[in-house]
Design a protein around this ligand. Sequence first.
Ligand code: BMA
Length: 333
Amino acid sequence: MTTQIQSSSITVAGSALPAMPWEERPTGSNAAVWRYSGNPIIPANLLPNSNSIFNSAVVPFNGAWAGVFRCDDKRHQMNIHAGFSDDAINWRINAETITFACDDPEIGRLAYRYDPRVVWIDDRYYVTWCNGYHGPTIGVGYTYDFRTFHQLENAFLPYNRNGVLFPRKIGGKFAMMSRPSDNGHTPFGDMFYSESPDMEHWGHHRFVMAPAGGWQSTKVGAGPIPIETSEGWLLIYHGVITQCNGFIYRFGAALLDLEQPWKVIARTGSYLMGPEAEYERVGDTSNVVFPCAALVDAPSGRLAIYYGAADTVVGLAFSTVDEIVDFIKADPL
Ligand code: BMA
């Protein structure tokens, strides 16, 4: 038996974003998540020296939109760049990488930076990313204006990836999901929850979820900033399966307890979206969709999901909180 809930009963925390990108589900489709008709929205060569622009994060900013973009250059150095947009679809990305002011040169020194997430908490935008420090770990910084950036201490020891902050303090503490990993193309990965009183010291680590069968059998990692709903935190996450020709990255979603987010209420059995379009199937790493951000219009529950496609370009997809919660409940793990 499947559980159906009244869509209208779900409330979503956050702002109204009536100007965010939106398209209705195409006629004849029953997909829970559907692609923007103009995909990909950011081409690999948007910058003069970019090899690829993909796993990237966007937020509302000053009545328009700003973001932090993963750009790998033609030396294949991985770094992050600030960008701006009037419609959240057409982006102007700075050709220069982000420069962080940092009190400690040991921490501020660049090795590599990739897969940013951005979130507004209290009074500023926080940025997390996969930061090279004797292997990958979670870099943390903040900005008020996307022009000046400050870098804080790394959240964790190496090796770790997919550090994703919650959009408010929980139990009075900053809260972050992450995935302990290795120094290579990690063939494992569970998600953990950690909390911090000051955005520097992280502890109270709690196990959240492990890989399961099928599409999410090799590793799982948090995607966009979790969305607060009356059903729990809605966490869109990527899941990976190892096939003869390598990894395939898809994404699903879970509902987490609002006050104790390490407690999983429900989780998708089937994936929500996987590589299907040519720009997701073919690229520097074929068969990857990797979501790093979602804009949410709280009153309508509309979602605009930004994802890297085939480690080469940025795609945009749409859904609603109701659709995804219904999907989780109708086909739970
Ligand atoms: C992960 C990260 C992502 C990348 C994905 C697929 O380990 O490196 O940046 O999109 O692999 O290659």
